[in-house]
Ligand binder design. Structure first.
Ligand SMILES: *Cc1c(COP(=O)(O)O)cnc(C)c1O
Length: 427
């Protein structure tokens, strides 16, 4: 399948090229040129998670890879369960946090790591350089940890990520280096950008970005929507399935809309944000105004200028009317988020703050005869301070408890490109 730029249909790439380039020329994003419509969803939905996922991905990009290696990569990338839990009659949560870093970003990051293994030139090691405000760095670091031929350098703002986030990338060691920058997340991003602008440095270290706009992180996110529909079909729920997606950069929603285009039987998507409501406000008013982000309890969605929104516009050919017809939307503030966490607890379910936002918007937008599914994008234990402030105990999963015992291996560097260059040379 060919991939095209959202900015210029004349810019095309193979999947390999799109992954390695990251962005299309002029800042465009890569999208599949066409989305195939699958006539066999009925039988696809009867397959098991990994088998179905392999077949679907094969139809998109399989022709670029050796068949056995491709299958093996997908099987090991997607080797954790995606359970659908019932919250009450007609309301379910799709739990996307059973991977190694307890957030849905594991799906994209693990697929990216495994597919990069097939894409990179043998014998030429890569350095994955990534700036993180928390979750992405953890998912990328864990996905590449102890994989031969690649090392990961994570830049993060010193003392500005949570302890539990930090231990997920800074205790690993081996081929994962964590650099605590004396500065903000924006400073980290600027340092990374400066490195990518240096052609000589890129070539020497095989610098590669694991940015969330990489198409290799987007594609596998289509798969779990199919898994949710498959699990509902098993329970004889076939009609009126509505997904609510807690959104920040809107990659997750974009992937869902792509799955819908391939004919996956579902009724609608609800775009849910926190107070960073650039998209809901746009859908209300027709006026697209990116804003500086504000801090909320659902901090992985604190995005004022969502970088995947351009992809969703592209899917709808920039047609505001059909976009409004396809979507439902809403946004919730921190007080609503806490209220929703308590409401869900009353039904016996402990949701993370992001899931709680999507639940709150879903409750307003779900029709009486419909079945709602909100996405559980992270484990609540990743946001302990939120629950502590609410007087709620959260059990710590083993994956986090084990890392807490390990020493932090991060190195501090000043907010300075020369210091980063030197750190890159050191290993
Ligand atoms: C990244 C993230 C989101 C937002 O996903 P997008 O694809 O950027 O819209 C939501 N919840 C959690 C826990 C996340 O880490």
């Amino acid at each position: 399948m060919k991939f095209v730029s959202t900015r210029n249909p004349g810019d095309t790439a193979t999947f390999r090229e799109a992954v390695l380039k990251g962005m299309a020329p002029g800042g465009g994003l890569w999208m599949p040129e066409t989305l195939p419509v699958f006539e066999d969803w009925d039988s696809l939905l009867q397959l098991r998670w990994v088998e179905r996922s392999e077949i679907i991905l094969r139809r998109f990009i399989g022709d670029e890879f050796d068949q056995d290696a491709f299958a093996a990569a997908i099987h090991s990338a997607l080797d954790f369960p995606i359970p659908l839990a019932q919250v009450r009659r007609g309301l379910h949560v799709l739990e996307l946090f059973h991977g190694p870093t307890l957030a849905f970003k594991d799906v994209g990051a693990r697929f990216f790591a495994h597919i990069l293994d097939l894409i990179r030139e043998p014998g030429r090691p890569l350095t994955i350089l990534t700036a993180t405000s928390g979750d992405t760095g953890a998912a990328v670091a864990q996905a590449f940890w102890q994989r031969p031929g690649a090392r990961v350098v994570v830049l993060y703002p010193k003392a500005r990520v949570s302890d539990l986030q930090e231990i997920q990338f800074a205790t690993l060691g081996d081929n994962v280096a964590a650099l605590a920058v004396e500065g903000s997340f924006d400073d980290c991003q600027a340092l990374v950008k400066a490195c990518f602008n240096d052609a000589e440095l890129c070539a020497r270290h095989g610098l590669t970005s694991a940015n969330s706009i990489n198409v290799a992180r987007l594609l596998p996110q289509m798969l779990y929507y199919a898994e949710a529909v498959a699990q509902l079909h098993k329970q004889d729920v076939r009609d009126g399935i509505v997904f609510a997606v807690p959104s920040g950069n809107f990659g997750n929603l974009c992937a869902g809309l792509m799955a819908q285009r391939t004919g996956l039987p579902l009724r609608a998507f609800v775009a849910a944000t926190n107070a960073n409501a650039t998209v809901p406000r746009y859908l209300d008013s027709g006026d697209y105004r990116p804003q500086p982000s504000v801090a909320t309890l659902s901090n992985a969605m604190d995005v004022g200028a969502p970088n995947n929104w351009e992809r969703i516009q592209h899917l709808f050919g920039g047609d505001f009317h059909s976009l409004r017809q396809a979507l439902r939307w809403g946004f919730k503030n921190d007080a609503d988020t806490k209220r929703s966490i308590r409401e869900l607890m009353g039904m016996g379910y402990l949701a993370d703050p992001h899931a709680a936002v999507s639940y709150a918007v879903l409750e307003e937008r779900l029709g009486l005869s419909e079945t709602g599914v909100f996405l559980g994008t992270a484990h609540p234990a990743k946001f302990l301070p939120v629950y502590e402030a609410m007087g709620i105990q959260v059990p710590i999963p083993d994956a986090l408890a084990g890392l807490r015992e390990r020493p932090l291996l991060s190195k501090e560097i000043p907010n300075d490109v020369a210091a980063l260059r030197q750190a890159l040379e050191e290993r």
